[in-house]
Design a protein around this ligand. Sequence first.
Ligand code: HEC
Ligand code: HEC
Length: 340
Amino acid sequence: MIRKFFQVALSGTVLLSSTAAANDYASDAEIQQYIETLTEMGFPAPKEDQLVHIPPTMEDLEDADIHPELKRVIRRGYDLFTNTQQLRGKNVFNNMNCSSCHLGAGRVPFSAPIWPAAVTLPDYRGKNGHVNTLEERIAGCFAYSMNGKPPAYGSDDMVALATYHTWLASGVEMYPKQSIYGRGFPAPERPGKLSYANGERLFQEQCAVCHQEDGSGLRVDGQTVYPALWGNNSNNWGAGMVRIFTAAGFIKNNMPLGQPHSLSDQQAWDIAYYMNSQERPQDPRYTGEVKETAEKHKNFHQHSMYGKIRESDGKLLGDHDNTGDKPFLKPDNLRPRSFE
Ligand code: HEC
Ligand code: HEC
């Protein structure tokens, strides 16, 4: 029965024989174990008809029966994903690695695992109003979350990243009809009122030890130890994380690091509200006027503090020309499409 509902690709755990290939399915017992571990940590159990997939690990890759050249490219994609700082100054202009937000190298549920993009795209995306490929989805995170410029479509770096995403989806059908368990950063229900003061206090108590009192994080020898939550070295105002519900979902499910679900829903929302009321590099879609930009991208910015007044000091957020370390506003290789 359960097998009917839970489709799982290679898990790489002890229950599988060493001959397992990437598109083998895990046993029912293994899926159950996976779900039990997550529910014990406070995550919800999957709904009956949800798709549950355990992405393969880099150890599984070594045993996989695929061409050695494909393995090499997947390893390169993994390396770029987890150490994106190697593209600093070229494609990345802040302190982020892709894995700063997509924890566990993009494999972890409730931390926006990246493999769903490989089986649900190409598809229409409201953010830019056209059909996007996997490469374009990756480009989006470069332009906004990395405050950068995406590697060219079809370039070695882009192909390596896309290949890594697709490998993690091994065994999942294309365009699955079921909803995907653990996709995105599911937000807890929004409380009636958000408190900036409470968010600030909780941030100083629970987060500043790693991310610093001023949210700037910690960098040692050119390596990011703790990523910046705001300021020049964080994501820009166009990134998904600036939506308060997305940040609340991320925080509730993932922070403080190693203690998911330790904060109440109210606490996660208050901290997200505080964190997202701080300044960061300009939205690459900036028209030169913050209120106009916020209005133009209302579907997105109705969920952020961009173009709104910070209650603690009356500051209009996002009202500046600062692009952080990036010497341009908008990458020149993001383009509209019309198929006309
Ligand atoms: C600042 C945090 C952050 C960083 C850094 C980041 N992302 Fe994301 N990413 C997000 C958010 C937020 C979403 C949207 C999740 C949602 O829909 O709730 C997302 C979504 C995605 C998706 C789509 C997942 C799906 O379910 O379809 C892919 C693929 C992705 N990111 C790839 C990348 C890559 C590649 C990098 C590095 C170049 C990167 N991300 C860096 C925050 C980040
Ligand atoms: C023990 C250290 C630690 C603590 C405490 C901690 N974090 Fe993090 N946080 C990290 C690390 C490390 C990452 C990046 C994950 C990675 O690189 O594997 C991260 C990533 C993040 C990110 C996504 C990347 C970014 O810069 O936007 C956010 C948002 C975040 N943390 C918020 C918080 C909040 C809010 C708290 C307090 C509730 C908190 N963290 C507490 C270590 C910590």
